[in-house]
Ligand binder design. Structure first.
Ligand SMILES: [Fe+2]
Length: 465
């Protein structure tokens, strides 16, 4: 082999290695887009054409806030919505909050984000909406699609979809989630952290791609998610910008990392489990103090809203291991439960488990492990009850199996399992929750590797006197 041919080959191999390392999990490289998730979401958009549309709501769905992105700056952002049954009652909101979001990568990739809030919404109504941008001559560019959401129905029942750890590729549960969103059977969607893998990758363009992909879900059902470790780049700037239409201002928190809302019999809190891993002591205390005050207030309203659910990303308990050296279910879970070790006293402080028990939180709804696992009511590693009636402590419901390029994490098939581990499933899936004044019914569905053939994997009913 000639020296020139040899050096060319070495260069080729080097370049292939670098590319595959850079593109790991990236679009079109190690993984192709899912055949079952093909749509026109990755098409070319006009400079001021709305894209990445998603909606969130405040308590009782009294208000909705829509966010969308444009590649270029716009003169005026527009939200147009109307009751599906009365299109002539169309309302136009113009202006809103508009800002440039600059990714902190070397390219300083910039997109323009726009938040528009509805007026107070009529309950029990299906609304349709579209968003647009108006130029200085009054010419409007509308979103290609129109979307739907609904406000709180009459009666006591509320239904929501629960998921976590949703990627851009190998997003197995996505077709099912989209079907559920469009069915109007579910009032909102919770997502317990980790999306896109990661939004900040490729100078933040992965975030654009993912948000375009997710539009077909997040524009058709209110997104009520929590932040995860895969959103941690640049002090969580992608989360704080792209999801700042969640109702954090109405919840008295200073940014979108935490918020809460009421919906009929439910009080739901989105809490950042990342403080102990990314934050200063001050940030951890700010996070937990706000959580405690929120839970205190929620307990004052317990007769009206008997159920309290805390949404976080990392689990307090899990049993699955991705490798022999993986300590996530040992060390991380202890940090979430009990907090970090204070070197001065050699004791752990600022954990969340004691707070959840003190304020009688019913469920800690999380993800992070890419599988499904439900615990019995548990505290400090001990089962407090094998019954879900009048449970003396919180139980954990881990639903991190919606699908992403990291695949799922299996369980040891032979056991033994800790006494608190009530149910486990290592396939892909999602959950639904039905709440009334008297019961919470949680169902976990498994799906095939293309998001079809939903089947019940796990079902539990929680009640209290
Ligand atoms: Fe995670």
């Amino acid at each position: 082999m000639t020296p020139i041919l040899l050096s060319t080959l070495v260069l080729l191999v080097f370049s292939l290695c670098v590319n595959s390392a850079q593109l790991k999990g990236g679009p079109g490289a190690q993984w192709d887009y899912d055949q079952y998730n093909v749509g026109d979401w990755n098409r070319t958009y006009g400079i001021t054409e709305p894209q990445q549309i998603h909606i969130s709501i405040s308590s009782q769905a009294e208000y909705a806030k829509v966010q969308f992105a444009t590649q270029g700056e716009v003169h005026t952002a527009i939200l147009n919505y109307w009751p599906k049954s009365s299109p002539h009652k169309s309302i136009v909101i113009e202006g809103g909050e508009n800002w440039a979001f600059v990714d902190n990568g070397t390219a300083h990739h910039t997109i323009y984000l726009h938040n528009l809030q509805t007026l107070k919404l009529k309950p029990a109504t299906v609304f349709q909406y579209k968003v647009g941008t108006k130029d200085s001559h009054g010419k409007v560019t509308w979103s290609k699609g129109e979307f739907e959401f609904h406000t709180a129905r009459r009666g006591n029942t509320v239904n929501f979809v629960a998921t976590a750890d949703l990627g851009l590729v190998n997003a197995v549960a996505m077709p099912a989630l989209q079907r559920l969103a469009k069915s109007h059977k579910y009032d909102f969607l919770t997502l317990s952290g980790d999306q896109a893998y990661d939004m900040a990758d490729f100078n933040g363009t992965k975030g654009d791609e993912y948000m375009r992909f997710a539009e077909n879900l997040f524009a058709n059902i209110p997104f009520m998610g929590a932040v995860g470790n895969h959103e941690n780049a640049y002090n969580f700037s992608h989360w704080k910008n792209r999801f700042n239409n969640v109702p954090f201002q109405k919840s008295g928190f200073s940014n979108p990392m935490q918020y809460s809302y009421d919906y009929k019999s439910l009080h739901i809190v989105a809490w950042s489990s990342e403080g102990a891993f990314e934050g200063s002591t001050n940030e951890i205390l700010t996070s937990l103090n706000w959580l405690e005050n929120d839970l205190k207030e929620a307990n004052r309203n317990r007769k009206v809203r008997p159920w309290i659910i805390v949404l976080g990303h990392r689990p307090m308990y899990c049993t699955s291991f991705s490798s022999p050296t993986d300590g996530t279910c040992i060390t991380e879970t202890q940090t979430i439960r009990e907090g970090l070790v204070d070197p001065a006293t050699n004791t752990r402080q600022h954990g969340v488990e004691a707070l959840l028990k003190k304020y009688k939180v019913d469920i800690y709804l999380c993800g992070h492990r890419h599988n499904f696992e439900r615990t019995y009511p548990v505290y400090n590693g001990q089962v407090t009850s094998k019954s879900y009636h009048n449970a003396p402590s919180t139980f954990q419901y881990l639903v991190g199996n919606s699908g992403n390029y990291e695949l799922t994490i299996p369980f040891n098939t032979t056991g033994p399992f800790p006494a608190w581990s009530a149910s486990r499933y290592s396939g892909y899936g999602f959950s639904t929750v039905k709440a009334t004044q008297h019961s919470l019914e949680l169902t976990h569905y498994g799906v095939d590797n293309n998001g079809t053939h939903e089947r019940v994997i796990d079902h539990v009913v929680v009640t209290k006197d």
